[in-house]
Design a protein around this ligand. Sequence first.
Ligand code: ADP
Length: 447
Amino acid sequence: MIKRSVGFAACMFAGGGLGFWVASEKGLALGVVLAAFVWLAFDSLYVARLLNWLRLEQGNETPAMIASPLPDMPGVWGEVGNRIRRLLKNRDQQLKESHARLEEFLAAMQASPSGVVLLDAQGRIEWCNQIAAQHFGFDAQRDVLQHIANLVREPSFRAYMAEADFSHDVLIAGSSSTPKRPVRLSVHAHSYGKDRKLLLSRDITAVELAEAMRRDFVANVSHEIRTPLTVLSGFIETLQTLPLKEQERTRYLALMAQQSLRMQTLVNDLLTLSRLEGSPFPGANDWMTTSALLVQCEQEARALSAVLAPQGHQITFDVGPPCEIAGVQTELYSALSNLVTNAIRYTPDKGLVRVSWKVLEDGRGEFKVRDSGPGIAPEHLPRLTERFYRIDRSRSRETGGTGLGLAIVKHVVQRHGAELLVESQPGQGSCFSITFPAFRVRRITPA
Ligand code: ADP
């Protein structure tokens, strides 16, 4: 400012001096006035340049004058221009940084496994992530500023938002929910800022399904155990209270032994299942011969057939080429024997049961059990491997079935990377096959 005052005074002094030199005293005043005009004219020119330069900013997010050179302005206007430019540069940098932070924050919310919706004080959508868009059926761009109550019309959700008691969540149907494939969402609202709300949504379909399966499983196990227990305690009471003949006693004891065996088989199958679920996946280094497995199965099949079918079954075992298979021996035996014993148990007297092992052209190994039993209707096929799923309850129980055999087979098959295939038609018998991947099968030369 001192420089500017000194400059102004020097200009006046020069103008006055020049006027005095040209026209003595009269010229002095005129010279000073003229010098003041010249000063003002230059000053206005610099102000106009500065303003024009400043106007370059308008309408642009990043001020254009930051990039364009500062107009030629000496003295104080040049300094003003420089300072403005520096301030703008700083502001621009800060804006860029906060924009980047916002983007990162939104990216983090986008990556959240839960649906996230931000609502303003009026309940309008300000932002939502893709998961929330899927859950509620929003369009993340188009539905911004739409009122949430217009888009989520489920009465329980509206009541939840109206009550504004956000200490708990609300359960609603997801937008993609259909009667055949229901989708359940848990939605929890949280208040923040000035009347704003954060909605978090979670797809709990799988959790609810698992919970329902757990409940069913416990109910089924209790039922399966209670039935033989009731029979057993009934016989015990009879034996304790009634004077029975030796023949009756023997018969009752045999029935009791049968029931306790049934419970034992059930508990063994349950333990097998829980072991299968809890143990690490089988490696591919433990090899056993397929013939050993099949021989063991054959002995079991023939013994069971002798008990169940007075006239026997026509049983054939084709052990195929000498081979080894890699996996857990107890599991593989359990899977194969379940299929073979099922074939015996469900095939009537004199029926046909054919068991075979072969190596396919692509190196995979196929274990197949074919029977001439009653066959299975198509609607049952997808559910056969569910725990306790039975088509013929009485036949299953009569022959010592637990309803867990095929569930065990499914687990073993999955753990060994194999494939279970069931082909069956009512009245035309059934064919169950397990195909093992090539890396678990190798041919051997017989010793
Ligand atoms: P279960 O102990 O009742 O045999 P599984 O899990 O082994 O239980 O089998 C489930 C159901 O599948 C059986 O109850 C039976 O109705 C049906 N099933 C299994 N194998 C055969 C078969 N070879 N022929 C006809 N039905 C079968």
